[in-house]
Write a protein that binds this ligand. Structure first.
Ligand SMILES: [Zn+2]
Length: 269
């Protein structure tokens, strides 16, 4: 099972933003079966419509789209909490993406972030966190480790594993990941040498493939990985290209990946 662990979906197909159907066409061209999807971008934009588009896409394509929502406490903590509750209780998302670097808050901020992280933890969902530029300090691995120390059972996708151009941060991610076995590092936007370091230090079961589509061209990202991972064993490649995400999310080949039976009886409203 090939899974892309970093795809962005928008309710608006303007400029670089794409919806679920266009994402699926791109996946079909290279044979990617499933994609973890979260909103394209927020900054100061509301996220509810993007979350809804992801939910509807997952309901229409339960064997392809793995729904994660995005919330931004900078739009108001109460608003973010309301949206998070809706995404959990109504949409049945598998996880939640937070991006403190883009939305300008420390990812372990006691007032802005921890109430959201606690709700994600209580719901038993996966927390996906951006880790890297444009504001490395806001999502520095020591902040992610702080979250894991407070919520040891919380499963986390470390998206970009520090990003590119900041090898010290990449190495710190790898170092902290040794102490936090619930971290799965997403290789999107990361320098291949740092990704290979992560695999050699942590093992192939701790890294997964993500394209960061449509910010990056899915075909190119897929092609690059065929080179980066060419010296791994077939079992290691299978793990990175989908097996590790499937294990983290408890997916089976036949499982609907958007929330299982719980969401089948619920409406997207
Ligand atoms: Zn991304």
């Amino acid at each position: 099972m090939i899974i892309d662990a970093d795809c962005h979906v928008s309710a608006r197909e303007t400029g670089p933003e794409i919806g679920v159907e266009q994402l699926l066409r791109r996946m079909d061209k290279i044979g990617v079966e499933r994609a973890i999807c979260w909103p394209h971008v927020s900054y100061q934009r509301e996220l509810a419509e993007d979350n809804r588009a992801i939910c509807e896409g997952a309901r229409a394509h339960p064997d392809r789209i793995i729904a994660f929502c995005g919330v931004n406490p900078r739009l108001g903590l109460a608003t973010a909490q309301d949206e998070l509750r809706r995404c959990i209780e109504v949409y049945g998302v598998r996880g939640v993406k937070l991006n403190g670097a883009r939305d300008v808050y420390p990812i372990d901020d006691a007032e802005l972030a921890l109430p959201l992280v606690e709700a994600i933890h209580q719901a038993g969902l996966v927390l996906a966190v951006h880790c890297g530029p444009p504001d490395v300090e806001k999502t520095h691995p020591h902040r992610l480790a702080n979250l894991s120390s407070q919520f040891p059972a919380l499963r986390m996708l470390i998206v970009h594993m520090g990003g590119s151009g900041v090898p010290d941060v990449n190495r710190t991610v790898v170092s902290f990941a040794r102490q936090h076995p619930n971290w799965l590092l997403v290789d999107s936007e990361a320098d291949y040498r740092q990704v290979q370091l992560a695999i050699s230090v942590l093992g192939a079961e701790r890294v997964c493939y993500g394209s960061d589509s449509p910010f990056c061209d899915m075909r190119y990202e897929w092609g690059i990985r065929q080179v980066v991972y060419q010296d791994l064993t077939p079992a290691q490649r299978d793990a990175i290209l989908g097996g590790n995400v499937a294990r983290m999310l408890g997916l089976k080949q036949s499982d609907p990946p958007s929330g299982g039976s719980r969401t089948q009886s619920l409406e997207c409203s």
